[in-house]
Design a protein around this ligand. Structure first.
Ligand SMILES: *Cc1c(COP(=O)(O)O)cnc(C)c1O
Length: 232
C-alpha cells in the first residue's frame, strides 16, 4: 500500500490533467477528503498534505473527530436526519445533502438560533436510484424556489452521488446533466439564488466529473485506501 502522501500526489496530478483537458483552472476545484471510518491519525496525515476540508457522512463521526483535528473544516455529505441538525449546525462549513424542505427549514431554524448563515447544496438523485437519497431532477427547481425564502440558508449549488459503475465514462452523461440542471436553474433568476458549486465525482470517476464541470470532488478510497467497517 502506498502512503497517503503519495496517494494525494497521484490524485493531484490527475485533477490537474482533467482540469487542463477541459480548459479549467486547478484552483476552481476543491479536493474534499472523505474521512469516514478513518482514524484521526491518518486524517491528520492528509491534513498535513494540505487537505484541510474534510467530508463525513455521519453526524456522530464529525462530533467524535471535531475536537481532535485543528484548522480543518467539515462538510456533511451524507443523509442528515432533521433531529440531528442541532448537533452540527455550528460545526460544519457546508451541508451537501439537503433534499427536502423540511430538512432545510430545520437547518434554517438552527442557523438562525446560532446567528449564522449555513451554506448548503441540494442533493439530486440524478438517475432516480431507489437506494439513494436526493430529490429528483424534475423536483429540484421547485425545492430550490422554496428554500430560497429561508433567510439563514445560502444555496451554493448541487450535489450528486452518481451510480456505481465499472467504467467512469458511464457517468459522463449524468455529470453533464447535473451541470445543465445548475445552468437551467440559475437562468430562472430566483431571488437570492446563484449557484456555482457542483459537488460530484468520487474515487472512481472524479476525473470525468471534473471534465464535466465538478467544482468539488469527494474522494475517500483513493486517499486513505479501502475502508474497513467495524464489525457490528
Ligand atoms: C464515501 C463517500 C464518498 C467517497 O467515496 P470513495 O469512493 O471512497 O471516494 C463520496 N461521497 C459520499 C456522499 C460518500 O458517502
Amino acid at each position: 500500500m502506498k502512503d497517503i502522501q503519495q496517494n494525494i500526489a497521484d490524485i493531484e496530478q490527475k485533477i490537474c490533467a482533467a482540469a487542463q483537458k477541459s480548459g479549467r483552472k486547478r484552483e476552481d476545484i476543491l479536493l474534499l477528503a472523505v474521512s469516514k471510518t478513518i482514524d484521526v491519525q491518518h486524517i491528520q496525515e492528509a491534513v498535513d498534505c494540505g487537505l484541510t476540508e474534510l467530508g463525513e457522512n455521519k453526524v456522530q463521526e464529525i462530533l467524535e473527530k471535531y475536537e481532535k483535528l485543528e484548522n480543518v473544516s467539515w462538510h456533511l455529505i451524507g443523509h442528515l436526519q432533521t433531529n440531528k441538525v442541532k448537533y452540527i449546525i455550528d460545526k460544519v462549513k457546508m451541508i451537501h445533502s439537503v433534499d427536502s424542505l423540511k430538512l432545510a427549514e430545520e437547518i434554517n431554524k438552527r442557523a438562525k438560533q446560532a446567528n449564522i448563515i449555513m451554506d448548503i447544496l441540494v442533493e439530486v438523485n440524478m438517475e432516480q436510484e431507489e437506494s439513494k437519497f436526493g430529490v429528483s431532477p424534475e423536483d429540484t427547481l421547485s425545492l430550490i424556489q422554496n428554500i430560497a425564502f429561508l433567510d439563514n440558508i445560502r444555496i451554493k449549488g448541487l450535489m450528486t452521488v452518481a451510480p456505481f459503475v465499472d467504467n467512469p465514462e458511464e457517468n459522463r452523461d449524468c455529470f453533464r446533466r447535473m451541470k445543465q440542471l445548475l445552468v437551467d436553474i440559475n437562468n430562472e433568476k430566483i431571488d437570492n439564488v446563484h449557484m456555482s458549486i457542483l459537488s460530484m465525482g468520487m474515487s472512481n470517476d472524479f476525473e470525468v466529473a471534473i471534465e464535466e464541470g465538478a467544482t468539488i470532488v469527494r474522494v475517500g478510497t483513493n486517499i486513505f485506501g479501502k475502508r474497513v467497517y467495524p464489525q457490528k
